[in-house]
Design a protein around this ligand. Structure first.
Ligand code: MUC
Ligand code: MG
Length: 367
């Protein structure tokens, strides 16, 4: 069974509530649906989210990379020759979400071919994950109200708080307000998307010492190499590498260099194949991991769920799986669900999702 075609379909679905953070903001899911067809007529899908402020990709660049470079490189290869696909696609540098979506669409097609869910093909560790919700920039009262609504509606008790604004005191006030409003029983952790200097981040950590944070992520730029190591050495909780360590090589460099003590794994940028590699590396190094979110849509969230549930190391902590809640609509025939703060794996073959063709017709932007 061979790869017969690879399509890149741009679509656009508005977020009912835009997500804002230190490195950018997302108002519309202007993502790309990657659709693979095999010689047996099986179809696999995944989505690529353009995040120019993180990876330099745009919706147009993802479509161009897939149509112009990756599809011609892989069409005709056996569906299961993932290392060949990886080697050929890897000849082009960059384009992480375009490569990841192609990889996940191929896994989806394989799962649908053999009638097995991807989370089982990848390891089958568990059947549900605790969900963490990301709270974007707003004023303190609005951020507390959003977290309370998400907790009361979906039972979610883990929150990633976006920080990195100046002055530091504004974000410190937000985090304090969240702890006061939500109580001691919720998990709170921070993501600065490189917005602060190491000195500002250290100040924030001092001011928040008694708030009970579980971890912090990319508070300052990893490219400020010595300042970052200085901060990580002093950080009282795990310091997560996210955008500074998207590949296994980056993880090795950042962790061994003392610039991070924990790693965020995002299927949106490492697909299933390279996410497996990163997870195995972290397990070998003894570095904890968490399943992160690229402000994914429903398809991307289903992929992150399948991967997170596949291994022990990726299912220990709550996974960032909830940004689709803020989308005005999605492309799925069956919506995702969060009950009692958890998402159950989809039981169908592949990643367990089906694209609603009428919705795709409505939201695609290339016709
Ligand atoms: C995150 O964890 O940083 C925001 C920007 C991005 O690249 O991903 C999101 C969430
Ligand atoms: Mg992050």
């Amino acid at each position: 069974m061979r790869i017969e075609s690879v399509e890149a379909i741009p679509f656009s679905i508005p977020f009912a509530k835009p997500v804002r953070f230190a490195s950018g903001q997302v108002e519309v899911a202007d993502h790309v649906l990657v659709r693979v067809r095999t010689s047996d007529g099986v179809v696999g899908v995944a989505e690529a989210p353009p995040r120019p402020y993180t990876y330099g990709e745009t919706q147009a660049s993802i479509v161009a990379a897939i149509e112009g470079l990756f599809a011609p490189a892989v069409v005709g290869l056996p569906l299961l020759s993932r290392e060949q696909v990886r080697a050929r696609v890897g000849r082009t540098v960059g384009n992480p979400t375009a490569k990841a979506a192609l990889d996940m669409a191929l896994w989806d097609a394989w799962g649908k071919t053999c009638g097995q869910p991807v989370h089982e093909l990848l390891g089958g560790f568990t059947d549900s994950l605790a969900v963490s919700h990301m709270v974007g920039f707003d004023d303190p009262a609005a951020m507390v109200a959003e977290a309370e609504r998400v907790r009361d509606t979906y039972g979610i008790t883990s929150f990633k708080v976006k920080v990195g604004r100046r002055p530091v005191h504004a974000d410190v006030a937000v985090v304090r307000a969240l702890r006061a409003g939500l109580g001691e029983d919720v998990e709170l952790y921070l993501d600065g998307n490189r917005g602060w200097t190491a000195t500002e981040a250290a100040q924030a950590l001092r001011l928040l010492d008694d708030v009970g944070l579980s971890r912090v992520e990319e508070l300052d730029p990893a490219d400020d190499v010595l300042a970052r190591r200085w901060l990580v050495q002093r950080c009282p909780v795990p310091y997560v590498a996210d955008e500074s360590a998207p590949t296994a090589a980056d993880v090795t460099r950042e962790v061994l260099g003392g610039s991070a003590t924990m790693v965020s794994i995002k299927t949106a940028r490492t697909g299933f194949t390279d996410s497996t590699q990163v997870a195995g590396l972290c397990e070998g190094l003894g570095v904890p991991v968490a399943v992160g979110n690229q402000v994914d849509g429903s398809i991307g969230s289903a992929c992150a769920l399948a991967f997170g549930a596949s291994r022990r190391s990726t299912s220990l902590l709550s996974a960032e799986l909830s940004n689709w809640l803020d989308l005005a609509d999605d492309l799925l025939t069956e919506p995702l669900v969060i009950v009692d703060g958890r998402m159950a794996v989809r039981s169908g073959p592949g990643t367990g999702i089906e694209v609603d063709e009428d919705k795709l017709t409505r939201y695609r932007t290339d016709r």
